[in-house]
Every structure is written in structure tokens, then in C-alpha cells.
Write a protein of this length. Structure first.
Length: 377
């Protein structure tokens, strides 16, 4: 037990040191917004590690957004609706893009519904099934300052000149299926989630000149032609020891079967179909009136580096009323603090994600806010 406790402590301290040593300045680089959102999305999912959609929850609503995103939308609408000569319209569009150049904005929202089903035992396993359904939308936007020629990786887009370039990646997911919790003995468990996934996404880039000259804007009207339907699976296996040590690892979005593909000439999904990987370790300290749980882990996809997925943190839970818990997490981009209140059949949570570095690859990170509401059966 002491060896495991020491190991976890070392991992936790190494993670904190790693986060504190991240450089605060990087040279500006043209990036692929779809790849940038994959990392942002996986970091958003980290916020949900300690509010797992448990058996008795029936409604889950979560919203995450970057600070100042409303100002960005309002200014963008004003620029898009500008009147006057072509030169005046171009000036207003360019002014808008320059105002938000080298910034990254992220937003994500999800509504999930669960139906608890009766548990039963089979061949030494205790099985707890749930019917699940969810609707989720997310987007990432950045504006790149042009100093010559810009070529967007993964897009057939190149612009030469002084025009700033705006990129948008957006996706929408509808999922429905069955989640199975398998428990064997006192320590081992497995969580399998099989579901139909209908995904639409888009990734476009435009310069100020192309927006003004060709009246181009981000085309979200192709949605009906851009949906791909698959049967996917999520898989996790874990071990919970009586002394408080716990570990789990698994894969998300493993494509099992393609049901239908995109129509037209839009090509495959920009998100790709490679699964994500996660591994997580923690240790629970029961101090009578409070419970402390330090943790560390990693998430990984093919589009970002291993160290981008490292994280560490601590969970604080008071045991007198069982109402308040606080989760603190640190990674190479954000320090996150989210208090959670649980009253009877509902739960409220707020998270403040403060940048731990001024920018990533030259793009400014903005403070993010998250709100979550859950209703239990």
C-alpha cells in the first residue's frame, strides 16, 4: 500500500512540475482547426471524469465556452452585415479579423438523457445496463495574422498577402445506445458502451478578401449531406482496491461498423475515425470529515503530442453533509477549479478554466467557463 501511495505521489508531483515548466511563449504557426479542437474537446472531457453519468442520472446538461466569445460573435455579425463600398466593407471585415487575430475560441454544449435499467447477475458478473442518448455540438475558431503565404494543413486553402485568415471547425453528434457496467468480485470492473453515432462536421477557412469579394461565409447549410452514421464502442477496464487505490484505462469512439457515409463531394469527416485513449490513477484518503483524492492521468489522440494529454489534480469532498465537492486540475494549458453542489435529486457544477500559459503556438488562450446541471432518478 505504501509503495502504491508513494508512486501516486511521485506521479502527481512530476505532473505539477511539468505543468509549471511549460513555456509561455511560442512562435505563431498556421494550424489545422480540426486538430486543435480534438485537443480542446478531450480537455473538456477531462472536466467530466469525476461527474461520471451514473446509473441513477436521467438528465445531464453541460455548456463550455471561452471568455469574450459573445463579443466575437456580435462583432462578426456587424462586419458581415457592413454596408458601403467594396473598399469600406473590406476595411470593416479586416478590422474585425485583426481585432481577434491570433486568438483561439472554443465552445461546446451537450444534452444527455439516461434511462436506468434493472441490474442482474450472469456467470459471476453483476451487470448494470443503462439506455443513453445525447446531442452535442462544439466548435473551435481562430484567426491567423498573415505576413506572406498561408497554407492551412489539411485544407485546400492558400492565400498570399497581408489578409488575416479565419478558420472554423464545427461538429455535431447524436448518439444513442446501451451502456453496460460489468462488476466482477470486489475490485474489478469493466464499462462498455455501444451506440449509434451520427456525426456532421465542417472545416473551412477564409481571408478577408475572399469574404468580401465572393460573399463567402462558413457554409453550415451542407449539414444534410455531410452526416456519417456508425456503430461505435467505448471500453474501459478498472481496478478499485479497498485501501483507496484505483486505476482504469480504455478507448473511446472505436468504430465497429459504418452504417452510412457522406454524400456528395465533401470528403470524409474532418474529425477522422481514430479512437481516443485514456488512462487514469488515483488514491482516496478518508480523513473522517473530508475525503481527499489526488489523481493523475493522460488522454491521447493521433493529432496531438503525448505531453499535451497529461494532467493531474485533487478532489476534495466534505463528508458531514455530503453536499459540496471541489475538483482542481492542472495540465499544460489550463488550471481548472470546479465546485459541485449536490442536493437531493439534482446536481449543479461550475468550472473556471484559467490559462496556465499565455499562448500555445502563438495563439492566445482565453479563460473558459463551464456549467453543468444533472437530475437524478
Amino acid at each position: 500500500m505504501e509503495l502504491k501511495r508513494s508512486l501516486l505521489t511521485i506521479i502527481f508531483l512530476l505532473q505539477v512540475v511539468f505543468v509549471s515548466q511549460i513555456q509561455n511563449a511560442h512562435s505563431i504557426a498556421v494550424r489545422n482547426e480540426a486538430e486543435a479542437f480534438r485537443l480542446a474537446y478531450d480537455k473538456i472531457k477531462n472536466d467530466e471524469l469525476y461527474r461520471k453519468f451514473e446509473h441513477d442520472w436521467i438528465i445531464d446538461i453541460a455548456v463550455t465556452g471561452s471568455n469574450d466569445i459573445k463579443d466575437l460573435i456580435d462583432d462578426g455579425e456587424d462586419a458581415a452585415n457592413a454596408t458601403g463600398t467594396d473598399a469600406q466593407k473590406l476595411e470593416k471585415i479586416t478590422t474585425f479579423l485583426n481585432k481577434y487575430k491570433n486568438d483561439q475560441y472554443v465552445a461546446n454544449a451537450r444534452l444527455a438523457i439516461g434511462i436506468p435499467l434493472p441490474s442482474f447477475e450472469f456467470d459471476g458478473w453483476r451487470l448494470t445496463p443503462d439506455a443513453r442518448g445525447s446531442f452535442e455540438v462544439g466548435a473551435s475558431l481562430s484567426i491567423t495574422e498573415s505576413t506572406g503565404t498561408i497554407t492551412i494543413p489539411g485544407l485546400n486553402f492558400t492565400v498570399t498577402g497581408s489578409d488575416p485568415v479565419i478558420q472554423l471547425y464545427a461538429k455535431e453528434d447524436i448518439r444513442y445506445g446501451l451502456d453496460w457496467l460489468w462488476e466482477f468480485g470486489e475490485n474489478w470492473w469493466m464499462d462498455t458502451d455501444f451506440y449509434v453515432k451520427q456525426r456532421w462536421d465542417m472545416h473551412e477557412a477564409h481571408s478577408a478578401s475572399s469574404i468580401q469579394t465572393n460573399s463567402q461565409s462558413f457554409d453550415v447549410l451542407k449539414k444534410s449531406k455531410n452526416i456519417t452514421s456508425t456503430i461505435d464502442g467505448d471500453f474501459r477496464v478498472g481496478y478499485d482496491q479497498e485501501d483507496g487505490f484505483s486505476f482504469w484505462a480504455g478507448f473511446d469512439e472505436i468504430k465497429l461498423l459504418k452504417l452510412s457515409d457522406r454524400r456528395g463531394t465533401v470528403g470524409p469527416l474532418k474529425w477522422g475515425d481514430r479512437p481516443g485513449m485514456r488512462a487514469h490513477v488515483d488514491y482516496l484518503f478518508d480523513l473522517s470529515v473530508v475525503t481527499l483524492t489526488p489523481f493523475a492521468g493522460v488522454h491521447q489522440r493521433s493529432s496531438y503530442d503525448f505531453d499535451d494529454g497529461l494532467y493531474a489534480g485533487m478532489v476534495f469532498e466534505e463528508d458531514l453533509l455530503g453536499v459540496l465537492s471541489v475538483v482542481a486540475t492542472a495540465d499544460n494549458q489550463y488550471i481548472t477549479l470546479h465546485p459541485r453542489f449536490r442536493f437531493w435529486i439534482f446536481q449543479l457544477e461550475y468550472a473556471l478554466k484559467t490559462p496556465s500559459t499565455s499562448n500555445i503556438d502563438g495563439y492566445k488562450l482565453h479563460t473558459q467557463h463551464m456549467a453543468n446541471f444533472r437530475l437524478a432518478f
